[in-house]
Design a protein around this ligand. Sequence first.
Ligand SMILES: Cc1cc2nc3c(=O)[nH]c(=O)nc-3n(C[C@H](O)[C@H](O)[C@H](O)COP(=O)(O)OP(=O)(O)OC[C@H]3O[C@@H](n4cnc5c(N)ncnc54)[C@H](O)[C@@H]3O)c2cc1C
Length: 450
Amino acid sequence: MAVSPTGASVVDTLIVGAGLTGLSCAYHLGDADRYRLLEKADGVGGLARTRSRPGGFLCDGTGHWLHLKSPTIKGFVETVLGANLESRARRARIYSKGVYTHYPFQANTYGLPAEVVAECVHGLIQARYEEKRPAPKNYKEWIRNEFGEGICKHFMYPYNEKIYRVPLETLAVDFAAKYIPRPSVEAVVKGALGLSPESLGYNASFVYPKTGGIGALPNAIHQNLKRRAELERAPVSLSLPDQTASLSDGSRVRFSHLVNTAPLPDLVEMLVKGDATSVPEAVRDAVVKLRANSVFYFDVGIKGAVRDHQDYHWIYFPEEEFPFYRVGSYSAVERSLAPEGCRSYYVECGHYGEGDPSRYEQAVIDGLRKVGLLTDEDELLFLVPNVLSPAYVLVDDHYAAARGTILDWLASSTPIITMGRYGRWQYNAMEDAMREGQEAALQIRGGDRA
Ligand SMILES: Cc1cc2nc3c(=O)[nH]c(=O)nc-3n(C[C@H](O)[C@H](O)[C@H](O)COP(=O)(O)OP(=O)(O)OC[C@H]3O[C@@H](n4cnc5c(N)ncnc54)[C@H](O)[C@@H]3O)c2cc1C
């Protein structure tokens, strides 16, 4: 390993974080002498990590299903996973008013009480054809203009409030729009009459490993790296003037490029610690304006046979009487994730600000019992609380300017390429993460030819 005159080791590219973005970057950089990959956790994968639970269960960090549209990333995933990949047709439902309806709510009101169906369909027709409303100024107005009063009242408002846990008026117009199906009036009418095919939305089918949970993907990329990740090793501070990272083990690394996939606020904090004078005031002001919620989720293992409604891939819960906004089943998607005679779930609760997931525990158990996902014939084997923080980046009025200030400065004035869900402070999916990791590698390798 090369060493600089100041005693720091020298590397061309230092990658911070071995989630899918960092792993993909390392893979596409290729050469073992080219990079070092630092990961603060004790395993690779980040959000896409799979953990063992007592008794032989495997649980992901809530549902992580692959939607692969890019031929390049599809090819990459197929190369690393080989035959360990299978396509699945979505089995998703919404539970409200005591009934299960098909996903998405807005195109499948069949089965709900007749007056609710009428409110939803009439509201949507009014919104699309009868009303002349001004252009929306925030997310709440946008969903109201798109779907009308009924669908908003019975699903969109309560569901979105349960995930993000902030007033919807404080979110920007097109927040999350790309993930929300906007069916035609014909589809809504057919869906109200029970004639809708179960194939709307961006995630009508998905692919998922046959064994090992979603963690099989980051693990397979990791196995294929020329140089493995260094676990439980992270930068404490980053000094821009001498392009050096001081690591948690006391060592120092001098880099030509730094690929960051840690959350943007953490990156700025490390830079300020390294040399406060090199971070412009505008960047320090901008970083405090970035907001995100948290997701408290529970891995649940149950011994008991699968009965009615217990085998959907995931179920949305818009009603406030349930503390969770969604419950999914790892074992319904892939049987091998739970032992014989058992099934497993993830239960997701949105949260904003400081908090402790244990305060949701009893309400989660009560909610699962109420809806029949846990019954008297079942044995509850475990309920493990987990925190994802940040979870969903909140796009509000400050978002574009604050994020832009930080990203522009990093790109124009530093050797740092920042990528990934939290590295670019965005709402993205695993496919995007792998593509961004590849892009970072191409940017660096493109520099070789310049
Ligand atoms: C609740 C939820 C559900 C999701 N469901 C899906 C889904 O079904 N399908 C889908 O495609 N996508 C889904 N996603 C999105 C997907 O998880 C992400 O797009 C992707 O995993 C992001 O990868 P990443 O590498 O950018 O970030 P991360 O996975 O966050 O990886 C960053 C890594 O950096 C490490 N790190 C952080 N700080 C430091 C530091 N200072 N030093 C060293 N290491 C550090 C972390 O430990 C982590 O390993 C979901 C996300 C959430 C929150």
